[in-house]
Design a protein around this ligand. Structure first.
Ligand SMILES: NC(=O)c1ccc[n+]([C@@H]2O[C@H](COP(=O)([O-])OP(=O)(O)OC[C@H]3O[C@@H](n4cnc5c(N)ncnc54)[C@H](OP(=O)(O)O)[C@@H]3O)[C@@H](O)[C@H]2O)c1
Length: 320
């Protein structure tokens, strides 16, 4: 169940009848163990959950693009305090779009946060265009697989590194090369140089290889930006300037040494991106495989299973 309000009109959701709706699980074990504490600790208790697919229960007065009873999907901004692990969630109009009839709530709920993260990197940061070459490091994951499908839809030539079990799925989605990171020397195996590298893994080795595989003028984007780790360690007032200085230093350093643009990328709500994600999902060109669903009452088991890496892919929580 969703309550869609203009962001300036957030209200309590009490008094509304619940109905069936779905949430997908992101990697919240890091948040539970303190990641982002500099931001979230003063705001506790908070509700986890970002992705959602469900039915609009009520609307703010200034919302015109949606109606009560409509089936929608979308994702909250990463810094949201009241998440989607609840009977009702409150989202702004630009965080939601109409769910295609051709996909289920379970399928829809797995898509938006991952795909918007990929969209932000590829379209807003690197501004990829038809004919360009894109490398996705970690193409088997939700963000990486979304990035592959978005880049293919834009007419790019896509290569990726991933676990061996994902290769067939990735090639079927239109990637031209998929290299098993666990068994191959992917630095040597990946063909040619790229206009954009999206690194979903973001460790020192993938950063070095990703940067070395870029053409001059290309964009390296990591999802493992250091802002949260520095602010968690030293607080917002000290940690934020430190992380900004580190980012600027790397940007200047790589511009001089390799002639490339270096970025930390973060998900952000984007109505244009969400519209495109909806269009591609409806056309069957953008999917995020769901490995298992749990009832919202089993959220602890669902998180345990993800923490212990018992389930490799997306997990979705269902509400009765
Ligand atoms: N900055 C942001 O706003 C933002 C937003 C969303 C996600 N994230 C972060 O981005 C990362 C990816 O998210 P996700 O949802 O796509 O995760 P995910 O679904 O868990 O996928 C991770 C994938 O990476 C693969 N992998 C692991 N090590 C690899 C390596 N060295 N080279 C290539 N592939 C490797 C894994 O394969 P195996 O299973 O074979 O190990 C798995 O398929 C997470 O760390 C997440 O926290 C950041």
């Amino acid at each position: 169940m969703l309550i869609c309000l203009n962001s300036s009109l957030m209200r309590s959701s009490s008094g509304l009848a619940p109905s069936r709706s779905i949430r997908s699980i992101l990697d919240f074990s890091q948040m539970r163990s303190g990641y982002g504490r500099s931001l979230f600790e003063p705001l506790l208790p908070l509700i986890l959950g970002r992705d959602i697919s469900g039915e609009v229960a009520a609307l703010g007065g200034s919302v015109h693009s949606l109606s009560v009873g409509q089936e929608v999907f979308g994702a909250l901004h990463p810094t949201a305090v009241r998440g989607t692990y609840a009977d009702y969630a409150i989202l702004a109009e630009d965080e939601l779009t109409v769910k295609p009839e051709s996909i289920s709530h379970v399928e829809a709920s797995a898509i938006p946060f991952a795909a918007l993260t990929a969209w932000r990197a590829l379209r807003c940061t690197a501004r990829i265009k038809q004919g360009q070459r894109v490398l996705v490091v970690g193409g088997g994951g939700a963000v990486g697989f979304s990035a592959i499908q978005l880049a293919v839809a834009f007419g790019c030539h896509v290569s990726t590194t991933c676990g061996g079990e994902c290769i067939a799925r990735i090639l079927a989605a239109g990637a031209e090369q998929a290299v098993d990171y666990a068994t191959e020397d992917y630095e040597a195996s990946i063909n040619g140089y790229f206009d954009a590298v999206l690194d979903t893994i973001g460790v020192a080795e993938t950063e070095r290889i990703g940067i070395n595989l870029l053409k001059r003028g290309g964009h390296y984007m990591t999802l493992q930006g250091e802002a949260a780790s520095w602010t968690d360690r030293y607080g917002l007032a000290v940690g934020l300037p430190i992380s900004t200085a580190i980012l600027l230093k790397k940007q200047v350093q790589y511009r001089y040494s390799h002639g490339i643009e270096y970025w930390w990328n973060y998900m952000r709500a984007d109505p244009e991106g969400l519209y495109e994600i909806r269009r591609l999902s409806e056309a069957g060109k953008l999917k995020v495989p769901v490995d298992k669903t749990f009832s919202i009452k089993q959220v602890r088991e669902a998180h345990d299973a993800k923490d212990k890496r018992l389930i490799p892919g997306k997990v979705v929580l269902e509400f009765d």
